[in-house]
Ligand binder design. Structure first.
Ligand code: APR
Length: 227
């Protein structure tokens, strides 16, 4: 039986009404990465950063998984699948699947002073005290540019043993996630890209399915489960 690793990105949640990052009207067209997605930006203006993530947390809380999220949950129920997500929206879990959150989660808060983590309130503010050390250095538990993603050892193990690697709804512009296809291919895995359009790393994949995730992902899952 195949051991499947699936990497997902913002394109998976686009049809659930959550903006992607690099599309024409994406988040990075409306906000400066330096201001809202770096430790330096947080040090300069934590209120601006919280405002950005409070809005995203509210959108994610109101969003529902789409047919692509549901199809991946179905796949995970019938095959050995490791779901690795760059997304912080929690829609995989809402669809009933477990995912490795390499970029953190909007639903979590983190103390920048002691590293303690806890369930985030709907709205966070710079002077929210840490429940463990009382420091007023609370930040969203989301990985920013220049920071090491979570669970990289576990991810390396799963990539080393997978026989099928799929990347869904990701532009392949951000490392280390964009390099996972090479790691899997180097171990002989069959690699497939599912995306609305070709990406910077399309050339690294054996196969491609192009179109909206809510259509191409259920089709791909049906074929996989049909064997
Ligand atoms: N179905 C399938 N793919 C889609 C859809 C859709 N409905 N809509 C958009 N896409 C594709 C786009 O064509 C693009 O290739 O999804 C991709 C989204 O790319 P990005 O916006 O760059 O998002 P992602 O790859 O997840 O970003 C990676 O960068 O900003 C950081 O930490 C952030 O996790 C994020 C990381």
């Amino acid at each position: 039986m195949d051991r499947i690793v699936v990497l997902t990105g913002a394109g998976l949640s686009a049809e659930s009404g959550l903006g992607t990052f690099r599309d024409a009207e994406g988040l990075w067209a409306q906000h400066r990465i330096e201001d809202v997605a770096t430790p330096e930006g947080f040090a300069r203006n934590p209120a601006l950063v919280h405002e950005f993530y409070n809005a995203r947390r509210a959108q994610a809380a109101a969003a529902q998984p789409n047919a692509a999220h549901r199809a991946l949950a179905r796949l995970a129920g019938h095959a050995p699948v490791t779901l690795i997500t760059q997304n912080v929206d929690g829609l995989h879990e809402k669809a009933g699947a477990e995912a490795i959150h390499m970029h953190g989660a909007l639903s979590r808060a983190l103390c920048a002073a002691c590293g303690h983590g806890w369930e985030a309130p709907a709205t966070m503010a710079p002077d929210d005290p840490c429940p463990a050390c009382a420091a007023r250095a609370t930040r969203p538990d989301v990985i920013w540019f220049g920071e090491m993603p979570y669970h990289m050892d576990l991810i390396a193990d799963r990539l080393a043993e997978c026989t099928v690697f799929a990347a869904i709804g990701t532009s392949g512009q951000v490392y280390p996630a964009a390099g996972f296809v090479q790691e899997a291919a180097a171990r002989g895995a069959h690699t497939v890209e599912l995306n609305l359009e070709s990406t910077d790393v399309s050339g690294a994949f054996d196969a491609h399915h192009t179109g909206p995730a809510s259509r191409i992902v259920p089709q791909w899952v049906d074929r996989l489960l049909a064997g």
